[in-house]
Ligand binder design. Structure first.
Ligand code: SF4
Length: 375
């Protein structure tokens, strides 16, 4: 059954494609980015979302943990990286990481999300050491760590191939790769915002290698800076192709650009309407992805709630201590409590589901009072 908004819209014919499980073309995705009827686009994305995940919307009880913000690169869009001469650079000892992890475990986190810059001098053993130490705190604690460029940096440090490096990290406790660092794949845009970073092919290759080892990861897209809608569609196409090949992505996380304290000549974030449109097109085009995240840190909680009716089905996590977006000017809080995420999802009209790193349900909140375990 299609919605009234769709029946009255010229997008109605695309609803038939969704119902017939037909794939959207790049040309159609580009048309959707330009389409004036945002409500109908939302109805279309909701139809695709509903068919894949029903009325559920997930969240994660997690903690971010940045081991250091020192970085040998200077990506133009980055507000997080520091050099050793900078007063606000930091690096954590393994004991400091353990202390933060103990505090987080006491709050019920199921995942630590760990990334940092490409540190100029920490040895490979430091990374293996913190993985082993954190895992030994509680073997059930899921360690989601490292972007693709960090993996390449660690392989260089270890003087090993990427597969051998990933195998060693996995043996030390790595459960999942993060999706950060994808930015925009199109080469001329990539060189304008992240010169010196790994190429799109290298990003894809790291994730392909990890997936072939049986690993899972998420993926991202940084939008709303100097890229065009065609660059966004090209980016989504490459992710869809890898997903066809490996089925190793658990979810897609579109990240709205934030403009403070960096070198990109853009002075504002993408509008709320642009973000809703991007999430909706992502849901429609990425027909081989189960989960699309409305990242509340970048969007704000209220817009994330609306995004649940534009194709998103996940609000990401409690996070507790976010640095990367806040150093770029995000006005959202540093973290959210589980109760706040549950309320945000329920108030938006969806059934909250606590998930783990792999988007598997931990518990389903049936209504305001009762909690049931998934069957
Ligand atoms: S985006 Fe990552 S690799 Fe680039 S400068 Fe920032 S921390 Fe370093």
């Amino acid at each position: 059954m299609t919605s009234l908004a769709l029946q009255r819209s010229e997008l109605g014919k695309l609803a038939d494609k969704i119902l017939a499980d037909e794939r959207f073309t790049e040309a159609e995705a580009l048309e959707l980015f330009a389409h004036r009827d945002l409500h109908a686009l939302g109805a279309l994305a909701s139809l695709a979302r509903q068919r894949r995940v029903g009325n559920k919307a997930s969240y994660l009880v997690n903690r971010y943990l940045n081991y250091s913000n020192y970085c040998i690169l200077s990506c133009q869009f980055c507000s997080f990286a520091r050099k050793k001469r900078d007063a606000d650079g930091f690096e954590l000892t393994v004991e400091q990481m353990l202390q933060k992890a103990r505090e987080a475990l006491a709050l019920g986190v199921t995942e630590l999300h760990i990334v940092g810059g490409l540190h100029p001098s920490l040895p490979f053993d430091y990374y293996l050491g913190f993985l082993r130490a954190l895992k030994s705190l509680d073997p059930r604690l899921q360690l989601k760590c490292f972007t693709a460029i960090e993996v390449l940096h660690l392989a260089w440090l270890a003087r090993k191939s990427v597969p051998d490096t990933l195998a060693e990290l996995k043996a030390a406790g790595l459960d999942s790769l993060t999706g950060g660092g994808a930015e925009i794949f199109q080469p001329s845009v990539r060189s304008q915002i992240a010169r010196g970073k790994e190429s799109a092919d290298e990003y894809i290759d790291v994730h392909r290698t990890w997936h072939r080892m049986g690993g899972r990861s998420t993926c991202t897209m940084l939008y709303g800076h100097v890229e065009s809608p065609a660059d966004r569609v090209d980016h989504l196409r490459r992710l869809r192709e890898l997903q066809d090949e490996t089925h190793g992505f658990t979810g897609f996380i579109p990240l709205p650009y934030h403009p403070d304290n960096n070198l990109i000549p853009v002075d504002h974030s993408p509008s709320g309407l642009d973000s809703l449109r991007t999430i909706a097109v992502s849901r429609l085009f990425l027909d081989n992805f189960d989960h699309i995240t409305a990242y509340w840190v970048g969007l704000g909680t209220k817009l994330s709630q609306v995004a649940l009716s534009f194709g998103a089905d996940d609000l990401h996590g409690t996070i507790l201590e976010e640095h990367i977006f806040h150093m770029a000017g995000a006005g959202s809080p540093q973290g959210r409590t589980e109760a706040e995420l549950v309320k945000a999802i329920r108030d938006a009209g969806f059934t909250p589901v606590q998930r783990n790193t792999f988007y598997e349900a931990i518990r389903v909140w049936d209504d305001g009072r009762s909690i049931t375990s998934p069957t």
